[in-house]
Design a protein around this ligand. Structure first.
Ligand SMILES: NC(=O)c1ccc[n+]([C@@H]2O[C@H](COP(=O)([O-])OP(=O)(O)OC[C@H]3O[C@@H](n4cnc5c(N)ncnc54)[C@H](OP(=O)(O)O)[C@@H]3O)[C@@H](O)[C@H]2O)c1
Length: 383
């Protein structure tokens, strides 16, 4: 068989074509997603004993695709040695072929893919946390063969069951951001009922799940947004305390951060934030450290606006606050978090769906901060 037709499943599980369609980035094209990402025909990857080839029904767009396209702050070609990069760290699909040691999954199973890869053999993988593995990598960012392709190569431990009530696009849209938000709030920051949680970018990928997790455990999200459309979304998700950040020019220094802190106290009835959910970085971090309450926690997993942070450390030590780094999630967290989607307690927030040949355009929307919630790309799914 030369190739599978896009938008349909016409061959039985296990039928391996000679080549496949994929959206690739090449080093010489690195730049804005609209120029860097192109649809190409590439070879189908082989799999090792613990690996699985997944027929991608739909793929989810994430900010790491934007980083990969731009080649900044690091080029993906300095992280792996493939001649091209297939981005995509979220997928929902059908198990197509399993390696000889795989016993948990079989061809035909419907799955969602989580994006953490690790060696599976070291003491950290087996006793501490696979996220502590020296060889830990984010699939589809630090490795190639990600989800913007007809077939994706993953480790068997990356699979969780697809929630039956969701369509393919919805199922492909939540893994990376939701599992990251789950680890940040539930395991790293140990969020408790009654906590006031400041959520930056509450209408974005991570934030829309952070708001839902707060509501589920009985914490109080204080949702920060920059448009009425995103305000509507976060209120729909259950946030009753919302701040429009466009009224605060944080570049003007600590008096603006203090005014922002006063706004938080107005909403909470005089309380500061027990937890600050951070991923914006340079432009918000000084404010996050200032507005966390005494003994409060700032949990951070990213830095959209810049990673060289400059903040007044006196507020950190005098008020005994803690900064917690967090990165994606391990397989156990992904499984636990996924169960909440299966049970209908957390829902994906899918904003738009594009066909595979428009993946570059979809990433450009995210690069330009013109989306809300998540965007999915249909690959083998027709609708
Ligand atoms: N380490 C990990 O495992 C991990 C996992 C997921 C994501 N991340 C990183 O986390 C970041 C966010 O990811 P995402 O998927 O949530 O992206 P997203 O969907 O683009 O959402 C980010 C939100 O941040 C807000 N924002 C953007 N610029 C801002 C600024 N200058 N000041 C204040 N708010 C700003 C925007 O909301 P408003 O404009 O409405 O305020 C936007 O909706 C990215 O850098 C991503 O790479 C890391």
């Amino acid at each position: 068989m030369k190739r599978l037709d896009l938008g349909a499943v016409t061959a039985p599980p296990g039928a391996i074509p000679d080549s496949m369609l994929a959206v690739t980035i090449r080093r010489e094209r690195e730049g804005e997603p609209r120029d860097a990402m192109k649809l190409e025909e590439v070879p189908v990857p082989g799999i090792g004993p613990d690996e699985v080839l997944v027929l991608v029904m739909a793929a989810g767009v994430n900010f790491n695709g934007v980083w990969a396209a731009r080649g900044r702050p690091v080029s993906v070609f300095d992280m792996h040695h493939e001649p091209f990069h297939i981005a995509g760290s979220d997928a929902a699909g059908i198990v197509w072929k399993v390696g000889e040691s795989v016993t948990r999954w079989k061809p035909g199973d419907e799955v969602v893919v989580h994006c953490n890869q690790s060696c599976g053999q070291c003491p950290e993988c087996n006793g501490l946390d696979p996220m502590a593995c020296e060889r830990q990598k984010i699939w589809g960012y630090e490795t190639s063969w990600g989800s913007f392709a007809q077939l994706a190569k993953v480790q068997a431990q990356q699979l969780v069951h697809k929630p039956r009530q969701l369509g393919w696009a919805e199922a492909a849209s939540y893994g990376l951001t939701y599992f990251t938000a789950y680890r940040m709030l539930v395991d790293r920051a140990e969020m408790k009922p009654g906590d006031n949680v400041l959520v930056w970018g509450a209408g974005g990928g991570l934030g829309s799940f952070a708001v839902q997790l707060c509501k589920l455990v009985g914490a109080n999200p204080i949702a920060v947004v920059s448009s009425p459309e995103r305000e509507r979304l976060v209120r729909e998700l259950g946030a009753s305390m919302v701040i429009d950040r466009t009224g605060f020019d944080f570049t003007r220094g600590p008096q603006v951060s203090r005014a922002f802190g006063a706004r938080i106290r107005e909403l909470t009835g005089g309380k500061d934030a027990d937890i600050v959910f951070e991923h914006v970085g340079k432009q918000t971090f000084p404010t996050s450290v200032l507005v966390a309450k005494r003994f409060g926690k700032i949990v951070i997993c990213g830095a959209t606006s810049g990673y060289d942070l400059d903040f007044d450390v006196r507020y950190l030590w005098m008020r005994q606050k803690t900064i917690i780094g967090s990165h994606f999630a391990n397989a156990y967290e992904a499984e636990r978090a996924n169960r909440l989607v299966i049970e209908g307690k957390i829902r994906p927030v899918l904003d738009q769906v594009f066909p595979l040949h428009r993946a570059a355009e979809a990433h450009q929307l995210v690069a330009d901060n013109r989306h809300k919630g998540k965007i999915a790309i249909l690959v083998q799914a027709a609708a």
